[in-house]
Design a protein around this ligand. Sequence first.
Ligand SMILES: [Zn+2]
Length: 821
Amino acid sequence: MIALIPSWRSLAGAAAGCTLLFVMIGIAPAAQADEPYARSRDYDLQNIRTHLWFDVDQRAIHGEVAETVAALHDNVSELKLDSVALNIQSVTVDGRAAKFTVTPNNLIVTLDRPAASGEKHEVLIRYDGKPKKGLYFVLPDSNYPNQPKEIWTQGEAEDTRYYIPLYDYPNDRTTSEMLLTVPAAWTTISNGQLIEVKTEPDGQKTWDWKQTQPLSTYLISVVAGEFTERDDSWHGIPLRYVVPRGEESRISPTFFETKDMLDLFTNKLGEPYPWSQYAQTALDDFVAEGMENTSATSITTHSLVNPALAPEDRDGADDVNSHELAHQWFGDLVTCKDWGNLWLNEGFADFFQRVWSEHRFGRDEYDFDFWRDQNQWVRQPRLFPVPIVSRDFDDSTEYQDNVYDKAGWVLRMLREKLGDDAFYAALHRYLEVNKGQNVVTADLQKAVEQATSVNVDKFFEQWVYGAGAPKFDVSYIYDPDAHQVKLTVKQTQKVEGRVGLFDVPVDIEIATSKARQTHTIEVSQASQMFTFAADDAPLMVAFDKGDKILKSLEFKRDATLLAYQLKNGATTPDRAEAAVALGPIKDDPRAVSALGDAARHDGFWGIRVEALLALGRIGGPDAEEQVLAAVRDPEPWVRSVAVSELGNFKDDDSLPSKLSKIAESDPAYTVRAAALGALASVHAPDAFAMLAAAAKSESPDNILRDAALRGLGRLGDIRAVPVLMDWAAPGKPIESRQAAIGAVASLDKSNAVITKTLVSYLSEPYFDIRLSAIFALGARGDTDAIPPLENMLKNGELTVAIGPYIELALRLLKSQPVVAR
Ligand SMILES: [Zn+2]
């Protein structure tokens, strides 16, 4: 799955100049898993046939589930099922009433007589309940009367048991049938194949979905409600694109790449798409960004692409779509046996996002994406001492970026080590041998060796079972008499626990006025020196050319060398690394001019962006001139960064009028939105009036209004409070509310009415709004928010992603209150 992160970035940025908040959003709440080791099993769940119908107004379900089970050893006298807060009405075994007990977490069914190994039984359970987790109702109310009715589920990690009593841990697989009785006008989606839609005597319809290849139960999905479906097919496999009614125009710009992605992944893996359909369904108020339910992915409606904004959106919904599609093989066809091996799901999904962007945009994009992932990963020191295979579940959210970013990186390095042909042959072998099964890391290791005859034990030992990554400290001297470059390489990471010294090949590229050469060195010790022949003093010394090793790097070079590398580096990471290294070099015209040149002329958009960010950090009139020149960039995703960075140049009186003009007339909405933000950042004299006017404007997805609302928060002018309170109120569009809630939290901090209003949003039914209110209260620093947040935790705010955020907001309020009453 992908946790809800990207859509929160802008919100958190607006909520405060509070860096701790960025720490908060850097943590991806995902699988909340309680059992670090897979269970020992008494029985095998072989088939599950669930029939659900709904009391929508009561947010209640009625269920009947038939489960075929087989004893896995002799003397099995009871069947222990996972079941939470469900009201069990009756249980029969093989048609006869059975004794059962209900505990807070289990339904225990007693067998008439102990079963022998292999003995099969048919268990039928009737139940009802109002699930607090696992299954969610999104319904219209007086504030949002046009909200389509939606019922959907989110099973990962261990939440299917909140709406079906069953064996619910990934170390088992079962075939599954899902019958859903719903109003005649509704649409449903579930796993597998749609067998039939039958009209009931009362006019409702029952949809019958059948999944004939076994799945693990966290991948069961139910979607039902007022949706619109567009059908397509790919090599005879039905494709379904499903969105809430009214969102039809977003189907094409969101899902237009699905068939190409299917072609790419099947070609790379040599393993056919495994399932009998592929549905992609967008859900309102969904608790994750995406979830890879078998043959039936769910994504949040925040990821849908508005056709009016599609030309400004470089990669649309590519990330979530490619991630969840890759999971159909890695996660669904081959499933981790326990949550400690979750990287076998998420690392591959992350890696194949990048493989998709390589296919669509080229190798530059692939390398650049990984370079950015690396930077994000190294900025989180708590991840460093923990391996990606970890069973430390004290705070299961804590290490998500190891399981995603670092794990994806490990696969990048494995690809590099083996070469493309061997790497994909190894993945093919892994899937072929393990399909339909649950796996641990050793299964991957073994498949790689079998397919390639390359021993990868050491590679796995240092990168998968070991923790951290090399922290390189590099320096060199040039000896003009000997014509030699002497390179000193130190590994400065603290060697303790699971962190060791790394043994890795590193490419060094040295350019002189006469030649350019790449040397591969083997780094394995704490400190080593390498000597290279060089006919002249180097113009460039690039360490780890192409960024092939996950690492952090300290390597001081003067502006001339970095400028050369920025202009001439062979790969995007080489040039991006130089741009970042030039950023802290102030008062050196060479840095500014090299960055300005790159910002205008580099052929790759990402380098232009990195150069602009570095110029923004440098500041001053010369840097500003360079950024202004880049405001004409043809690509809106670069132009908007240039305009945002102008917000760093507060001393130029002529800047506000330039920004106003951009805010009014740039052809791209995203760039106009960035200009509104920059007007607030430079505290332009008429910024309040401009932003207040823009808050009244209409634009696709309210992009200009929301930028103006965020800007009003940043401006720090309390005249904005009434406008923001108005847009934060129930009934206004959800995304505008999120912007206004974050913005108003940073204003008039002793105003108890604002805090009270934000607290009132904690009890709204909308997940998005509750989460925004939690962020806002954490950043606001008013200790009045502590009791209601504590109550929320105590009353079991169980929704998959919220708990950890409440805890972090509380930690923030207790450690640095701004207003204490
Ligand atoms: Zn995922």
